[in-house]
Design a protein around this ligand. Structure first.
Ligand SMILES: Nc1ncnc2c1ncn2[C@@H]1O[C@H](COP(=O)(O)OP(=O)(O)OP(=O)(O)O)[C@@H](O)[C@H]1O
Ligand SMILES: [Mg+2]
Length: 246
């Protein structure tokens, strides 16, 4: 059964057509990596799935709920989705533990002890046991991003959406974050990951989607889309990403 089912998704900003008919279905446990040039609409796609942007037309179903239904309970629907951005979006004045418990308590109405227990479990999972009382500025970028992942996981999402989660990190910190994401994938989490990390896409993705100009130009297994692309636009993009100096 598909956890995410998108069909005919269109989104424009004024005269700019950013998404021009996206169809995508993601099965439970699948990892889909989305690649494509800057401005191709990757972030807009994720933001539509998370209802941070209102689509102009098309339908989006998440876990059987139609997000695009005008009568949908947006807050309830959004709870199915965890989102991790390029910036970490942690509250700078709160400890790591409080960053992880606040939405659990306010949105899910969990008791303090249940929220803390869930937070500790997820901090341990991302390798941050012992950092509960640190504030974000006391953590490295990679640790902050792992805390942001643990925060999203603490809401028990059905699907995790990642928008270039490692692109703001120093190179030596990228591996730890990708390692956490790989572990999530191995545990069966359904994930859509916008990334320029081709090695990660090759090793972890069940499917790679190449977007350009607001459409899905090509999709398939990583070894096909990255290893043996069929479309000229995909080849041009990959050549640029894999050999930036050429
Ligand atoms: N809120 C907005 N208002 C106006 N234009 C927007 C808005 N959000 C995005 N755009 C435009 O839509 C186009 C697609 O943007 P989007 O952020 O989805 O691209 P992207 O594929 O994620 O690019 P990048 O790889 O640089 O992150 C861009 O031309 C961008 O300027
Ligand atoms: Mg983007």
């Amino acid at each position: 059964m598909s956890v995410i089912e998108i069909s005919g998704l269109h989104k424009a900003f004024g005269p700019l057509q950013v998404l021009r008919g996206i169809d995508l279905s993601v099965e439970r446990g699948d990892v889909v990596c989305v690649i494509g040039p800057s401005g191709s609409g990757k972030s807009t796609l994720l933001r539509c799935v998370n209802l941070l942007e209102q689509p102009d037309s098309g339908t989006i179903l998440v876990g059987g709920t139609e997000l695009t239904d005008p009568d949908v309970d947006i807050d309830l629907a959004r709870r199915k989705l965890g989102m991790v951005f390029q910036g970490f979006n942690l509250f700078s004045h709160l400890s790591v533990l409080d960053n992880l418990t606040i939405a659990q308590r306010k949105v899910l109405r969990r008791s303090g002890s249940e929220a803390v227990e869930t937070a500790r479990r997820n901090l341990a999972k991302v390798g941050l046991a012992g950092k509960e009382s640190a504030v974000p500025s006391q953590l490295s970028g990679g640790q902050q991003q792992r805390a942001a992942i643990a925060r999203a996981l603490s809401m028990n999402p059905e699907v995790m959406l990642f928008d270039e989660p490692t692109s703001a990190l120093d190179p030596e910190l990228v591996g730890d974050v990708l390692g956490v994401m790989r572990q999530l994938a191995d545990e069966g989490m359904t994930m859509i990951v916008v990334t320029h990390e081709m090695q990660f896409a090759r090793e972890v993705a069940d499917r790679v989607l190449f977007m350009d100009g607001g459409v899905v130009v090509e999709q398939g297994p990583a070894e096909q889309v990255i290893g043996d692309p069929q479309e000229e636009r995909t080849r041009t993009f990959l050549a640029r990403v894999l050999n930036p100096l050429k």
